[in-house]
Structure formats: C-alpha cells, structure tokens
Write a protein that binds this ligand. Structure first.
Ligand code: SF4
Length: 275
C-alpha cells in the first residue's frame, strides 16, 4: 500500500528506522500513545497508525489523554477525532492542575513537575489498558534542545533515551519520532487534518527562557549551516568516551591508546614550533 504524500512517506521511513534501530515495537505489542492533543502527539498517533496497517508484524494502538483538569480543555475534540478515525482511546480526568498550584514553588518552571505527574498517571494507565509499550511524541528538535540545555545549564552531557525501561522494569517508554523534525511533525499533523489543542494550563506555550534561547540558537546555526541539527543527533549516537572527562567512563585516562598519545605529542610539538 503506497503512502499518500511525499511527507507521509518521509515520516513513515523515519519512524520505521527509529523503531528498527532501537527495537521499539515487537510482534504482539499493545502500544499506548500519550496523546496531549498537541501537534507532536497527533503526528505520532497518525504515523503509528499508518505503519500498523502496513507492518509485517501485528501490534495494536490505544491513545491515552491525561486531562489535567483545566476548565477549557477540549477533551471532547480529542474523543470525537479518535472516534471518527476508528482509534481506540481513553481520556483520564485528573486534578494535576490543582495539585501543581498547591505544590509548585513560586518562580519554579511547571513543566518538569507536570511531566513527572503525568508520567505517573501514564504508568498506571499502561497497566490498566494492558499496554506493553508507552509511546511519547518527542521529536528530533526535543532531543537536540535537551542536549544543549543539559550542557549549558545542568553540567551534564545527556539528551533523552529513544527507548527507556522504567526504574522498576515494568514499563518501556519509546520515542518513535526521534528522527522526525518538529517542522515535519507540525506539517504532518496539519496535512492529516488533526485538531491541535492547547493544554489550557497557565504555562501553555510559555516555554522556559532557557529553552527559547536554545531554540533560537539552533535556528540561527541551522540558517548558517544547514544540517547542524542532524549532526547533533548523529553525535548522540557517536559517543567517544575517551575524549570526554568522565573518569567513570575513562578511569585515570587508562584507556588512552598509543595513537591518541602520539597525536597529543604531535600537537604539543606543533604548539612549541609556532611559539
Ligand atoms: S505547558 Fe502546562 S500542561 Fe504543558 S507540560 Fe508545561 S505545565 Fe504541563
């Protein structure tokens, strides 16, 4: 069965590659898609549904929306869209919004606490709906932005895993859009006529200043050097521990090989010559 548009083909190829590279979905899996109603989660659900119809393996999908309890949240639109498209879904009404107001410290950024609370609900629901995998809509831009945020502001060289087994070993979280850019996800959700819904929380659309700055930085670099984003993503899969300073990975530099030592000696003598 051919894909309907070039964009659909591209998204399907990238998503399939991610699924294969990271062994995300296996025969018999029941994949629970975290559906916020934003462009990324709709794009993910649509992409997985397309693959499900063509894949050589059998897997099923269920979309789950965690309603934080904000008054104007349009969960009815999510329900209607899923029904129209024949997608199994569940909407879980919670009081996460209220809880956040109670426990969030003044001036703290709400999104990480919110994500943790929602993740807890998703884990519970995964058990209830019999899901074997939990799919989230993080895309390529999320990965590289998180990498830079951690380097610049947290002193850690890390992004996020494409496939993660929860601490208690009970849940497997997958991010099949790791190779899909934010722009592609946006276009794909639009082309698929999916209704983009705001989460209605007070912080909705109000990205942290640090994330906004990092987004702008990557955008500027991408304009000057197209492909920077892909290079950063490639770097995440091309780690050279010996060229880092983490002594847990390279105790006392013991792993340095003779080639690296020779290169260092060459560089030192070059510096001496220039002086
Ligand atoms: S914008 Fe609001 S709903 Fe979305 S993650 Fe942040 S706090 Fe949660």
């Amino acid at each position: 069965m051919a894909y309907a548009t070039p964009l659909e083909t591209r998204i399907a190829k990238k998503t399939t590659k991610a699924i294969v590279d990271f062994k995300m979905i296996e025969d018999g899996d029941r994949v629970m898609v975290g559906l916020s109603g934003g462009k990324d989660s709709w794009a993910l659900l649509q992409a997985l549904d397309l693959l499900r119809q063509r894949a050589p393996i059998d897997f099923s999908l269920i979309a789950v929306n965690v309603d934080s309890g904000y008054k104007d949240f349009k969960h009815d639109v999510i329900a209607r869209t899923c029904e129209e498209r024949g997608w199994e879904y569940r909407i879980e009404h919670t009081s996460i919004g209220e809880l956040m107001d109670d426990i969030l410290e003044a001036n703290a950024t709400p999104c990480s606490l919110c994500a943790r609370l929602r993740r807890g609900v998703l884990y519970r629901l995964a058990g209830e709906v019999g899901a074997t995998k939990i799919a989230l809509g993080h895309h390529l831009d999320d990965f590289v932005e998180t990498l830079l945020l951690n380097i610049f502001f947290s002193g850690a060289l890390k992004a996020m895993p494409a496939r993660l087994v929860s601490d208690n070993g009970e849940h497997v979280v997958i991010r099949p859009l790791v190779y899909v850019t934010e722009d592609e996800a946006r276009q794909f959700a639009k082309q698929s006529n999916l209704p983009i819904i705001g989460c209605c929380c007070p912080a909705c659309g109000d990205l942290s200043l640090q994330r906004q700055r990092v987004k702008r930085l990557i955008l500027d670099l991408e304009r000057e050097h197209p492909g920077v984003k892909y290079s950063m993503l490639k770097a995440l899969g091309n780690v050279m521990p010996r060229h880092l300073l983490d002594t847990r990975l390279n105790p006392s530099g013991e792993l340095r090989d003779s080639v690296a030592l020779r290169a260092e000696e060459d560089a030192t003598s070059l510096i001496q010559i220039r002086h």
